[in-house]
Write a protein that binds this ligand. Structure first.
Ligand SMILES: [Zn+2]
Ligand SMILES: [Zn+2]
Length: 125
């Protein structure tokens, strides 16, 4: 039986290294600790939903605001533009988007979309 995350209010902390675990995204079945790669099943978070509803003040408002801000960034549709040469048409301006991959081992991927011809390409970090 693997160790399960420590619960403090509605937050989950890694049982191995104590790092605050991120919330599962979309249909993810588990969340991976950024520090030690411990995998926490998403079902742990479902239990917390119930606690949160019955105890709305279980965690400090500062943390609640932080979570809200993070959600906003993920849903933002306006992508920043950067100076990057399009491999298709040579235009020097592209929309920039950073995607965090599921596993921490895979790092993140930069997605570029040409402002001029909408050609898309990616760069792995
Ligand atoms: Zn950990
Ligand atoms: Zn282009």
């Amino acid at each position: 039986m693997p160790a399960r995350a420590h619960k403090i209010g509605s937050l989950l902390f890694c049982p191995n290294c104590g790092t605050l675990l991120a919330l599962p995204q979309g249909n993810e079945q588990s969340v991976t600790c950024e520090q030690c790669h411990h995998e926490e099943p998403a079902s742990s978070y479902e239990n917390i939903e119930i606690i949160t509803r019955s105890q709305p003040d279980a965690f400090p408002s500062a943390l609640r605001q932080k979570r809200k801000t993070q959600t906003k960034i993920h849903q933002g549709k306006e992508l920043p533009k950067v100076t990057e040469k399009c491999p298709a048409c040579g235009h020097l301006e592209a929309f920039y988007e950073e995607k965090q991959m599921r596993s921490a081992d895979e790092g993140s991927t930069i997605l570029y979309t040409c402002v001029s011809c909408k050609h898309g390409w990616r760069i792995n970090n």
